[in-house]
Design a protein around this ligand. Structure first.
Ligand SMILES: [Zn+2]
Length: 129
């Protein structure tokens, strides 16, 4: 069966992020979580600068309404699909279990990179005998 030339194999990507949590003393389960590194140092991102978060943390500490902050970790994982090069030269992303179409020539490949459409008779003879 005709195959894609695999360029990258399917891969599970794991990421970890952290927040510095300030829990309210009077309302367990409510409070603030500020983005930080593993050691609890506040960090900036698209939603705020490191400086603004340090100022906020200082206010929370000074208010006396929050417990001592602690670091919480969040583990995320996702699957990066495999990709391969079609005979026509286009790169096909193998994200679907059954049907992954080549944008270059409309050939269809399954998750393993085997071509399921069109099935060319002469190629089947080549590969199977
Ligand atoms: Zn193609």
């Amino acid at each position: 069966m005709a195959m894609l030339t695999i360029l990258a194999h399917r891969e599970r990507i794991e990421t970890v992020s952290y927040t510095l949590n300030f829990d309210r003393k009077d309302q367990p389960g409510s409070g603030y979580g500020l983005p930080c590194d593993k050691a609890g140092n506040l960090i900036g991102d698209n939603f705020g600068t490191k400086e603004s978060r340090e100022a906020q943390a200082a206010q929370l500490r000074a208010s006396g309404e929050y417990h001592a902050p602690y670091v919480q970790d969040y583990h995320n994982s996702y699957v990066e699909p495999a990709s391969g090069r079609c005979k026509c030269g286009s790169v096909v992303c193998l994200s679907d279990g059954l049907e992954n179409y080549c944008e270059g020539c409309d050939a269809c490949y399954n998750l393993c990179g085997q071509r399921v459409y069109p099935e060319l008779t002469e190629e089947r003879y080549e590969d199977d005998y």
